[in-house]
Design a protein around this ligand. Structure first.
Ligand SMILES: C[S@@+](CC[C@H](N)C(=O)[O-])C[C@H]1O[C@@H](n2cnc3c(N)ncnc32)[C@H](O)[C@@H]1O
Length: 264
């Protein structure tokens, strides 16, 4: 296994620094099991039964752990040291010994592991956090190089529709439990950047503490993403309204892309 590297050069990595410690509490209601089932449906639709999976922007490893527990060999990569530290802290002793899942701190645009995989995933808005189109295309190219010929790449994105319609204006103030949060978003239609000011309150030993993280996501069109995949060398590209096998519609808030590294 390669040494862990810290290659992220932009501010993108700092966006999940304070949030890392409370990420799993914030995601407690997220339907990861349903996502994983959907990923299996997408694999089946391509006749793939992967044995090795690269989970790009794995965060705290919630998908990596589920797949490893199914018996797949999984590597998770994220450019936030704090998110990777949380993922590693969740490894059991036997998972540590077997190195499955294995976690690496790397930037998706500079991905560099000495393995290839049957499939690569990048889930839950993660590519929206790459704000520069050329860097996103670089992430696609690096992903292709980490797939075996015929391997399948699956990722999701928030759509321009979701980012421009305040889907990130959220709070949980009606709940009594911590962490509490209030998120307010603003949308710039020219840059297609959605900036979300995220205010949190967490319960610590010394009482309630507040902090703010500002997250920025870029909205990419289906055409831009398809063009980026094609120019990276992917073929056989399908796009779905998330969690269905139907094509996107103008109100789709999340899209799933499935693409193949051409067989040799
Ligand atoms: C919303 S979280 C999703 C995490 C995980 N995929 C999940 O489903 O819980 C977005 C993740 O993308 C990571 N990320 C953002 N930009 C990245 C980049 N350029 N390279 C690698 N990871 C990145 C962040 O650190 C964060 O962990």
């Amino acid at each position: 296994m390669a040494a862990r590297r810290r290659t992220a050069s932009s501010g993108e990595a700092r966006q999940f620094s304070r949030v890392a410690a409370i990420y799993d509490a914030l995601m407690a209601g997220i339907a990861y099991d349903i996502w994983v089932r959907y990923i299996h449906t997408l694999w089946s639709s391509r006749g793939l039964e992967p044995r090795t999976v690269l989970d790009i922007a794995c965060g705290t490893g919630n998908v990596s752990f589920r797949l490893a527990e199914e018996g797949l060999r999984v590597a998770g990569v994220d450019n936030s040291q704090e998110m990777i530290a949380v993922a590693e802290s969740k490894l059991t002793r036997s998972q540590r010994l077997e190195g499955n899942p294995a976690f690496y701190c790397q930037d998706a645009a500079e991905l560099d592991l000495p393995f290839t995989f049957d499939s690569a995933l990048c889930l839950f808005d993660s590519f929206n956090y790459i704000l520069d189109y050329e860097r996103l295309c670089s992430a696609f190219r690096r992903t292709l190089l980490h797939l075996r010929p015929g391997g399948i790449f699956i990722f999701d994105v928030n759509t321009v529709y979701a980012l421009s319609h305040g889907f990130f204006d959220q709070d949980n103030l009606s709940s009594d439990s911590y962490p509490r949060y209030v998120w307010r978003s603003s949308w710039d239609p020219v840059s297609r950047l959605c900036t979300v000011e995220m205010d949190f309150e967490v319960l610590t030993d010394s009482g309630v503490e507040g902090f703010r993280e500002v997250h920025t996501q870029r909205g990419y069109t289906q055409q831009e993403l398809t063009r980026g995949l094609e120019s990276a060398g992917f073929s056989d590209i399908s796009v779905f309204h998330a969690y269905t096998m139907r094509p996107p519609n103008r109100r789709s808030d999340r899209l799933y892309f499935v693409a193949q590294r051409p067989p040799e």
